[in-house]
Ligand binder design. Structure first.
Ligand SMILES: Nc1ncnc2c1ncn2[C@@H]1O[C@H](COP(=O)(O)OP(=O)(O)O)[C@@H](O)[C@H]1O
Ligand SMILES: [Mg+2]
Length: 396
């Protein structure tokens, strides 16, 4: 097989991508009903690093010759990166992605159709720019937003109807959907708005994909009883690899990693079967040596800065108070009042920082208590403390 996939690479080669046979079957069976006018709406959840993005890329590669697959990653959108995610920017991201995919697929007629659409609907367009012959309307006035949004949301079904000799349907994948929480007060309105279009589109399947725990409030907003999709979304949770799968995965690697029984058990405890951690750790382990439980424990400590690299970055973005909250949760989960006491502040003043930490998925709330979501984050902090005698607070 190839070298182990790097953690920034989600477009894995056939040999890098391990297993997920069941998930691929379930998703494929749901998605192909799009050809028969009953397109599903799917919510793909699972903890960070479990392999959701890699999985939908795999699905895209499998279907991209028969279906128009529109791949949207909210974390890569410039609006999100500039902290400016609004309803209008969401619509623009969706529009741009549809256009890009249509071009890539070679649906040449689409630009004529769009131009015709703008003419017949009497848009007030300031400028009609063009990108590789695809018209891009520039709207200045607010009242155009609603109409552009309507146009964009209807576009996938229209593309299907105009091209049903070339495609069996349209798949729209929206990855990192949890970032949509940035819409704040507009979030629910936007979800209901999207759902009103999505439910009428017989040949457009949607997969919303995101790293969030099942306790996340977004899941309720999306698919709870009173949520926009009111239980109509099919929720699939991608699970970490089982012990057996992890064992087979390690054996299939080109690196010759030898673990005795205790060594493997410890490896599984450290990585919890999460491919992201398995890959980083497996690259770190020495080859051609039988590793015991103790060896693995040592090597885990040595490699914690690599395993936690994502958290090192997130940590540096937190405020001092947010960092102190995390530290207070290192030993055990705590009630809000207990966190407040340990920080010597009022419980009310913790609203904002706690919500931010929840939104970042750094902590979760269960049984009345807050806890650190990913133990690797905690190990990294404890390890830094052990090594340096202090926590890596931002230097002020
Ligand atoms: N099926 C798989 N086989 C091998 N490695 C995988 C697999 N799925 C994910 N990975 C590894 O885990 C990393 C994280 O996966 P990713 O899909 O980004 O997780 P998520 O989107 O759930 O946060 C990938 O970059 C890749 O290195
Ligand atoms: Mg992902």
């Amino acid at each position: 097989m190839d070298e182990i996939a790097s953690i920034t690479d989600t477009n894995l080669t056939e040999t890098q991508f391990f297993n997920r046979r069941d998930e691929i079957n379930i998703l494929s069976n749901l998605l192909i009903s799009t050809e028969f006018n009953s397109a599903p709406t799917i919510l793909l959840t699972g903890i960070r690093g479990v392999g959701k993005t890699a999985l939908i890329k795999k699905i895209r590669n499998k279907f991209e010759r028969e279906y128009l697959v529109v791949d949207i990653d909210l974390s890569r959108s410039s609006a999100y990166q500039q902290k400016n995610l609004t309803r209008a920017s969401m619509i623009k991201i969706i529009y741009d992605s549809i256009i890009r995919s249509s071009k890539e697929f070679g649906l040449k007629t689409i630009s004529n159709q769009i131009e015709k659409y703008f003419k017949t609907k009497n848009f007030k367009i300031d400028k009609l720019l063009s990108y590789e012959h695809i018209p891009i309307p520039i709207f200045e006035s607010e009242d155009n937003y609603e109409r552009l949004a309507e146009f964009v949301m209807e576009l996938p079904q229209k593309i299907y109807e105009d091209n049903n000799d070339k495609i069996k349907g349209v798949f729209i994948f929206i990855d990192e959907i949890q970032l949509i929480k940035d819409l704040g007060d507009e979030l629910n309105g936007f979800l209901w708005y999207m759902r009103s279009f999505i439910q009428t589109q017989k040949n457009v399947a949607y997969i919303f994909c995101g790293s969030m725990s099942l306790k996340d409030s977004l899941i309720n907003d999306l698919n709870g009883n009173k949520g926009a999709f009111g239980g109509r979304m099919l929720t699939i949770e991608v699970q970490p690899f089982s012990k057996k799968t992890t064992e087979n995965y390690i054996k299939s690697m080109r690196r010759n990693i030898q673990l005795d029984h205790g060594g493997f058990e410890r490896f599984y405890k450290c990585t919890r079967g999460i491919p992201y951690y398995i890959n980083i750790f497996a690259k770190y382990l020495p080859e051609n040596l039988t590793l015991s439980e103790n060896n693995i424990s040592e090597l885990f400590k040595d490699s914690i800065d690599y395993l936690a690299i994502h958290f090192v970055y997130m940590w540096s973005k937190l405020t001092f108070q947010e960092q102190k909250i995390i530290i207070s949760l290192l030993e055990n989960p705590k009630k809000r009042i207990e966190v407040a006491n340990s920080l010597k502040v009022t419980s009310g003043s913790l609203n904002r920082p706690l919500n931010r930490l929840l939104d970042y998925d750094l902590i979760e709330y269960a049984n009345d208590k807050y806890q650190i979501t990913d133990p690797i984050f905690g190990y990294w902090l404890k390890n830094s403390y052990e090594k340096n005698g202090i926590y890596p607070f931002r230097s002020i």
